[in-house]
Design a protein around this ligand. Structure first.
Ligand SMILES: *[C@@H]1O[C@H](CO)[C@@H](O)[C@H](O)[C@H]1NC(C)=O
Ligand SMILES: *[C@@H]1O[C@H](CO)[C@@H](O)[C@H](O)[C@H]1NC(C)=O
Ligand SMILES: *[C@@H]1O[C@H](CO)[C@@H](O)[C@H](O)[C@H]1NC(C)=O
Ligand SMILES: *[C@@H]1O[C@H](CO)[C@@H](O)[C@H](O)[C@H]1NC(C)=O
Ligand SMILES: *[C@@H]1O[C@H](CO)[C@@H](O)[C@H](O)[C@H]1NC(C)=O
Ligand SMILES: *[C@@H]1O[C@H](CO)[C@@H](O)[C@H](O)[C@H]1NC(C)=O
Length: 546
C-alpha cells in the first residue's frame, strides 16, 4: 500500500490556544454583525449530523477525526447574508482548504468538508447565501444581491473570516491554502483565481461551469433539441445506450486499444447513419428526424450570426445524457436562470426562447458569475491551478474546458506567461459529470477530485489504498505548491466495486493537455505502467501507436 509521506510535509504547528469550541467563546472572536449559528466539538470517528435545513447538501459525513465544527453567519449587504461551515481538526496539518458547491444548490457542502478534514486541513464551505436544491434558482427572483453571493461574494467573504478564525483557534495561521470544487465549484475556483488571487495557493477546478451566461442557456438548448416528446425527432431515453454502444463500436479503437474507453473523442470520425432504421421498422435504431437531433447534440451551438455559443456533447457521453435529455421539459438549470436570474418572470417557458435571450444574458452578465481569462495576477503570485474535465460529461460539454484553457493561453502567452508553469489541464476519458463512469466504459474515473470521495461513501477520503501525490489530485497540488513537483499526469483508479473499494479493476494515467495516455504496446492495458503520456502525433505527422 502506498501512502503520502506527510512527515516530509510537516510544518511547525502551534497549539490550540484561543477560543474553545462553544458558541459563547467563539462569538468574542467574530467581527461585528457576524454571528455563530452553532459550535460543537466532535470526538474521533463521529458523524456530523447535517442540519435538516441544509437541503443543498443533505448528506452527513461520517467517521470524522476529532474536530470543532462551526457554522457562522456573515452579512453581505443590508438585506443579504451567507453562512459557512468550518471543521477545525485537533490533528491539524497546518493548512486551509475550501470546498465548492454544485449547480444552484444553496447549502454548506459538509460531505466534501468531511473528505477534506480527514487530510488534516482546516476545511470550509459556504452555503453561497441561500437555501435551495441543486436545480432550483427561484431564490434569485428579484434578488440580484443573492446572485452576487452565489457568484463569488459568499466564498471570498467566507474564506477571509474562516482564515481569521483558523488563525485564532490554533494561534497560528495556515501556511498554505487550497481549494477544490467541481461544476459550480470549478467555476468558483477559477473565479477566485481571477479576482481574488490572494485567497489560495492552489486551486483544483473540475468540470467548471465557468461560462454562466452561455452554459445555463445551453443546458436548456440541449433539452430543447429533443423536445417535445411527441415530436418525430424526439429520441427516447431507451435509445441512449444503443447510440452509446454504436459510438463505442466506431470510436473505441481510434486510440489503438479496444478496451471500451474512448481516449479522445475528437479523433473519431463517427458515422451516425449506421444507426438509421432500415425501412419503416423502428426500435433499436433511429429514424431520419431522430438522426437530425443527434447531429444537433454532437454539433456546437452557433447562433445565426456565426457567434459560437457553446461546444457540443462529446462522443462517448451518452451514458450521462439523462439529466439534460431524459425528461419532457428542459432542465431548470436553464429555464430557472431565464425566469429568475435574467428576470423574464415565472410565466416564461422554453417555447419562448429566441436569440434575444442570449443577447440579454450576455448584456446582464448576472453577478459577474462568468469566469474571465486573465489569470495573470494568480500566476504572478505563484498560484497553481489543476483543471480537469470528464470526456463523458453530459451536463457540461467538456469542450468548454478546453475553450477556457485556450483562451487563458491566448490572454497570457502574449504577455510572456508560460501556462505549464502554473496552470495544467487534464482530460479524463470516461469520467461523467464530476463523478462516476458508465458501466460499459468502466473507466478509471477516481482521483479524489471534488465530490468524488462522497460518491464512494460518507466516510471516504483521498484514494483508498493509493493516498499519494500520483493518484490523488489534491495531494498532487500540495506537492506542486510546496515542493515544486509539477504533475505531468494523475493516475485514475476504478475498483471492481467502487463502494467497497475492493480490487482495483483499472488504473491509467490522465495526462496533462495536450499530451494523452498512449499504450506502450505490451502488457496489461489496465496497468498504468503500460501507458505513457505523449503527444498524439509524432514529429513526422503520423499518429503514434496506430
Ligand atoms: C468508527 O466507527 C465505525 C462505525 O461507523 C466502526 O465500525 C469503527 O470500528 C470505528 N473505528 C474506531 C477506530 O473507533
Ligand atoms: C435588498 O436591498 C436592495 C438595496 O436596498 C434592494 O434593491 C433589493 O430589492 C433588496 N432585496 C430584497 C430581496 O429585499
Ligand atoms: C402569469 O400568468 C398568469 C395567468 O395569465 C397571470 O395571472 C400572472 O399575473 C402572470 N404572472 C406574472 C409574473 O406575469
Ligand atoms: C450575434 O448574436 C449574439 C447572440 O444573440 C449576440 O450576442 C451578438 O451581439 C450578435 N453579434 C452581432 C455582430 O450581431
Ligand atoms: C462586475 O464587473 C464589473 C467590471 O469589472 C464591475 O464594474 C462591476 O462592479 C461588477 N459587478 C459585480 C456585481 O460584481
Ligand atoms: C458493491 O457492493 C455493495 C455492498 O456490498 C453492493 O450493495 C453493491 O451492489 C455492489 N455493487 C456492484 C456494482 O456490484
Amino acid at each position: 500500500m502506498r501512502a503520502f509521506n506527510w512527515s516530509s510535509f510537516a510544518l511547525g504547528i502551534g497549539t490550540i490556544n484561543a477560543f474553545t469550541c462553544d458558541p459563547t467563546s467563539l462569538q468574542e472572536y467574530l467581527g461585528s454583525g457576524i454571528s455563530v449559528t452553532s459550535a460543537k466539538y466532535l470526538a474521533n470517528n463521529a458523524t456530523f449530523e447535517v442540519p435538516s435545513s441544509d437541503i443543498g447538501f443533505p448528506t452527513s459525513p461520517t467517521n470524522l477525526p476529532a474536530l470543532c465544527a462551526l457554522e457562522v453567519k456573515v452579512p453581505s449587504t443590508s438585506n443579504s447574508s451567507y453562512s459557512f461551515g468550518l471543521f477545525l481538526p485537533d490533528d491539524w496539518n497546518g493548512r486551509f482548504l475550501a470546498v465548492g458547491n454544485s449547480g444552484f444548490a444553496g447549502g454548506i457542502n459538509w460531505l466534501d468538508m468531511g473528505a477534506g478534514v480527514k487530510y488534516g486541513f482546516a476545511t470550509i464551505s459556504t452555503d453561497t447565501g441561500h437555501s435551495s436544491t441543486l436545480l432550483d434558482a427561484s431564490w434569485a427572483e428579484n434578488d440580484p444581491e443573492a446572485f452576487v453571493d452565489w457568484s463569488y461574494r459568499a466564498l471570498h467573504g467566507s474564506v477571509l473570516v474562516a482564515k481569521d478564525l483558523t488563525q485564532k483557534y490554533y494561534g497560528k495561521g495556515p501556511a498554505f491554502s487550497y481549494y477544490t470544487g467541481c461544476s459550480t465549484g470549478g467555476r468558483q475556483g477559477l473565479k477566485e483565481a481571477e479576482i481574488f488571487p490572494d485567497d489560495f495557493d492552489g486551486i483544483v477546478a473540475g468540470a467548471p461551469a465557468w461560462w454562466t451566461v452561455h452554459l445555463q442557456l445551453w443546458n436548456m438548448k440541449v433539452g430543447m433539441y429533443n423536445l417535445p416528446t411527441d415530436a418525430p425527432h424526439h429520441i427516447p431515453q431507451e435509445l441512449f445506450p444503443i447510440i452509446g454502444a454504436e459510438v463505442l463500436r466506431q470510436c473505441d479503437g481510434s486510440d489503438g486499444v479496444i478496451d471500451n474507453i474512448i481516449s479522445d473523442p475528437r479523433c473519431c470520425n463517427f458515422d451516425p447513419e449506421t444507426l438509421l432504421c432500415p425501412g419503416t421498422t423502428a426500435g433499436g435504431c433511429l429514424t431520419s428526424p431522430q438522426l437530425d437531433t443527434l447531429y444537433h447534440l454532437y454539433g456546437d451551438w452557433v447562433e445565426a450570426n456565426q457567434t459560437f455559443v457553446f461546444p457540443h456533447l462529446e462522443l462517448g457521453s451518452e451514458g450521462n445524457w439523462g439529466m439534460l435529455l431524459g425528461s419532457d421539459e428542459p432542465t431548470t438549470l436553464g429555464t430557472d436562470y431565464v425566469k429568475y436570474v435574467l428576470g423574464l418572470g415565472s410565466n416564461w417557458t422554453w417555447q419562448d426562447f429566441n436569440p434575444s435571450v442570449l443577447a440579454l444574458s450576455e448584456k446582464l452578465n448576472p453577478g459577474n458569475a462568468t469566469a474571465g481569462f486573465d489569470l495573470s495576477a494568480f500566476s504572478k503570485k505563484g498560484g497553481k491551478i489543476l483543471h480537469y474535465h470528464g470526456l463523458s460529461d453530459g451536463a457540461i460539454a467538456a469542450g468548454s474546458s478546453l475553450y477556457y484553457y485556450n483562451h487563458v493561453l491566448r490572454t497570457l502567452k502574449p504577455r510572456g506567461i508560460d501556462l505549464d508553469g502554473f496552470y495544467r489541464y487534464f482530460m479524463v476519458p470516461g469520467l461523467e459529470h464530476c463523478t462516476g463512469t458508465s458501466s460499459t466504459m468502466n473507466a478509471p474515473w477516481y482521483f479524489a477530485g471534488a465530490n468524488q470521495a462522497g460518491a464512494l461513501g460518507t466516510g471516504v477520503s483521498s484514494v483508498p489504498g493509493f493516498a499519494d501525490a500520483e493518484h490523488d489530485v489534491l495531494l498532487a497540488m500540495m506537492a506542486w505548491v510546496e515542493r515544486g513537483q509539477a504533475p505531468e499526469y494523475i493516475i485514475g483508479t476504478k475498483w471492481n466495486n467502487d463502494t467497497l473499494q475492493d480490487e482495483v479493476a483499472r488504473q491509467r494515467p490522465l495526462c496533462m493537455y495536450p499530451k494523452q495516455a498512449m499504450y506502450i504496446g505490451t502488457g496489461d492495458v489496465d496497468d498504468p505502467q503500460n501507458w505513457a503520456c505523449e503527444m498524439l502525433y509524432g514529429g513526422n505527422g503520423l499518429r503514434k501507436n496506430n
